[in-house]
Write a protein that binds this ligand. Structure first.
Ligand code: CA
Ligand code: CA
Length: 240
């Protein structure tokens, strides 16, 4: 059986599919739905930083495709749940680290209701794909602040870094290397020396050395997957 995305693409390229297909119905929008989507795109594009009206319109349609894959399970929900959102990150941007993907989910889900709704998705992608350094500093800090208490603690650093180091099986204490790395990182970034990173510590450190932006794990897409995603959403739809 074709996935919803394949189904949807086939629908767009002219294959006829079953009349009862909700994904197909959404892809082939009625003039009324198209008008509604356009006026919604118009108003969102005035509030979102880095997408124009047409791009927002395509993002809304893509969101419906992603939601279609979710609602085919027979539930109506207000947005992408954690699992679907993580698949989206994995499939489009090659992310694999569970802790980081959960952090990205938490950062996108601004109202903290357990779903990334359309507006949260578009706002999040504006920073994720096209954010300025300032916006990305704020975004990464939120991803890394696992318990949202406005500090990145030693424990949080330890958890995030432990998967990134290759442990030597001969080490007496395999955690020792990670603890050392946490201390080195703190020494470098903890400007006010209180043993944890506040937003201003993090911001200052990243401004001095931009490579520290993703010090605790890759949470932004690389340029190749950004380009591929934008091509998929913006260009291929234009060609239809
Ligand atoms: Ca939400
Ligand atoms: Ca924290």
């Amino acid at each position: 059986m074709a996935t919803a995305r394949q189904h949807h693409r086939r629908g767009r390229t002219g294959f006829r599919c079953c009349s009862a297909c909700p994904v197909h119905d959404m892809a082939e929008m009625s003039p009324m739905n198209r008008k509604l989507t356009q006026s919604l795109a118009e108003s969102i594009s005035k509030q979102v930083e880095h997408f124009n009206r047409t791009e927002v319109e395509f993002l809304i349609r893509e969101f419906h495709v992603l939601m279609g894959e979710q609602t085919t399970l027979g539930r109506t929900v207000s947005g992408l749940d954690r699992g679907r959102f993580r698949s989206f990150l994995h499939n489009n941007f090659g992310m694999t680290d569970d802790m980081i993907m959960d952090g990205v989910f938490r950062t996108f889900d601004k109202d903290n209701d357990g779903f990334v709704n359309m507006r949260e998705w578009i706002d999040g992608l504006s920073v994720f794909l096209r954010g300025t350094l300032d916006e990305k500093i704020e975004y990464c800090f939120q991803v890394y602040d696992l318990n949202s208490d406005n500090y990145i603690s030693r424990e949080e650093m330890f958890h995030m870094l432990k998967d990134s180091l290759i442990r030597q099986p001969t080490d007496d204490d395999p955690d020792e290397g990670i603890k050392d790395l946490v201390e080195i990182t703190l020494k470098r970034m903890d400007h006010d020396h209180d043993g944890r990173l506040s937003f201003s510590d993090f911001e200052k450190a990243v401004r001095d050395e931009n490579l520290l932006l993703e010090a605790f794990g890759t949470c932004l897409p690389d340029s190749m997957s950004t380009e591929a995603f934008e091509k998929l959403v913006f260009q291929e739809q234009l060609e239809q």
